[in-house]
Design a protein around this ligand. Structure first.
Ligand SMILES: Cc1ncc(COP(=O)(O)O)c(C=O)c1O
Length: 419
């Protein structure tokens, strides 16, 4: 049965009907009550296979048996503290993150955009200290996504997100991903940092080449600028490596992370090398809610599960299996045009809009995320298994077959001289 909606069921609610959440997100027509593992359950108890995992936050799935007791126990002891006081979970998590990344210092914040802001402020301040205020420009990539606050929005390389909010930060120089000549041309003494998502997620699952990252490193050094990686989406195991930049072997000066690191609680961070440890002086930056004991204890447990349960290996294996299955769809079904990605960050590009298909998938008990209008972005929990991939592929195969047949029928009904 062709029940793929022809139009998005986009929210047209208003406060007059008792709806008070601003209609900013195009919400799907479902409300969830509980979650367990890779499944979510709606208010009628119906199960949905979750390949979105809260946009990459719920990496251990829902209600993970090692995270839930920590939530309970730590909530009964200490949830939040001001950063004016120490607690052992926050300091231990900072130590662990530095061991993991080879960085020397950490600043905790709450969400990705806040951590990007902090990294940008640090780059400005380091440049100010060394060269004065004229060294203020950022080089960023077209197609990138860095967040929604003014600084991170200003360096987000997608006009549609910046439209209506001008003026943003001055002198942001956007360059094409993997265009080495373009990157060289954008550099000057005014640049304080080059900001790169080594694997662009929201932008459509596009990777930077090792050569490009190596050139960015060289140019940053030559121009006394910082190289900042935004690994909020592609880091912390998502690609099957701890960090996406590892395959290129080109290290940043500042690494920004977020999403899964608080076990579901809002937690993000930027990490810096030893040379940058003292750039911020006392009280030059801050975050009331960043790095509380509960979030950091959950973060420690997240890392411990990653290591103790061989999670990187699992991500590689399940990610490769998912990729193979998606590639098979592209061979068979004309509307499925390309597969890109690594580990459990995969994209399936289509020749048609994704939202109606995602709504049809929802009706079949499968949660999918659409980015850039026509790409399914797979960000499943790391605990996904092959049987779940099979379940998802069966549904995708059915929906993409219907859509491919509809496309074919449409094309054959067009008179030949109009093709
Ligand atoms: C690469 C990247 N940077 C920054 C952000 C912004 O993070 P947040 O939505 O937590 O502010 C995101 C969110 O998806 C992201 O993927």
């Amino acid at each position: 049965m062709n029940d793929i909606p022809q139009k998005d069921s986009v929210d047209s609610t208003s406060p007059r009907d008792g709806h008070h959440l601003l209609p900013i997100y195009p919400r799907y027509p479902v409300a969830f009550e509980t979650g367990a593992g890779v499944f979510l359950y709606d208010d009628k108890g119906r199960a949905y296979l979750d390949l979105v995992s809260g946009l990459g936050v719920n990496a251990m799935g829902h209600a993970h048996p090692r995270l839930v007791p920590i939530f309970r126990e730590q909530a009964g002891r200490l949830v939040h503290l001001s950063n004016h006081y120490d607690n052992r979970h926050t300091t231990a998590f900072a130590d662990r993150l530095c061991d993991l990344t080879g960085m020397a210092g950490v600043f905790f914040s709450t969400g990705g955009t806040e951590a990007v802001e902090g990294a940008m402020k640090l780059a400005r301040l380091a440049a100010w200290d060394g060269f004065g205020g004229r060294k203020h420009a950022f080089v960023s990539l077209q197609g990138s996504y860095h967040g929604r606050t003014f600084g991170s929005l200003s360096v987000t390389g997608q006009e549609r997100y910046r439209e209506g909010f001008a003026p943003g930060l001055p002198d942001i120089r956007f360059v094409e991903r993997n265009d080495i000549a373009g990157l060289r041309a954008a550099m000057s003494d005014e640049v304080c940092a080059i900001l790169i998502e080594p694997l662009q997620g929201e932008g459509g699952i596009w990777e930077c080449t090792p050569e490009y990252l190596a050139e960015a490193r060289r140019l940053a050094d030559d121009y006394h600028a910082l190289l900042i990686y935004d690994e909020i989406q592609c880091g912390l195991g998502r690609t099957g490596d701890w960090f996406a930049y590892e395959t290129a072997g080109v290290r940043p000066d500042v690494l920004v992370i977020g999403k899964p690191m608080g076990g579901g609680l809002p937690l993000s961070a930027f990490l810096v090398t030893e040379e940058l440890f003292h750039v911020f002086r006392l009280s030059q930056h801050g975050s009331t809610l960043g790095g509380g004991p509960l979030a950091c204890r959950l973060g420690l447990e997240f890392l411990s599960i990653m290591e103790g349960e061989g999670m990187l290996h699992r991500i590689h294996q399940t990610g490769n299996y998912l990729r193979q299955q998606l590639l098979m769809l592209t061979k068979e079904l004309p509307v499925a045009t390309a597969v890109r990605g690594r580990g459990l960050l995969q994209g399936l590009e289509m020749s048609i809009p994704g939202r109606p298909l995602a709504e049809a998938a929802l009706q079949r008990g499968l949660l999918l995320n659409v980015t850039q209008g026509n790409i399914f972005r797979f960000l499943p929990p790391y605990i996904l298994e092959q049987e779940h991939v099979d379940q998802a592929i069966t549904i995708l195969h059915e929906l993409l077959s219907i859509a491919s047949d509809a496309e074919k029928a449409c094309a054959s009904s067009v008179p030949t001289d109009q093709k």
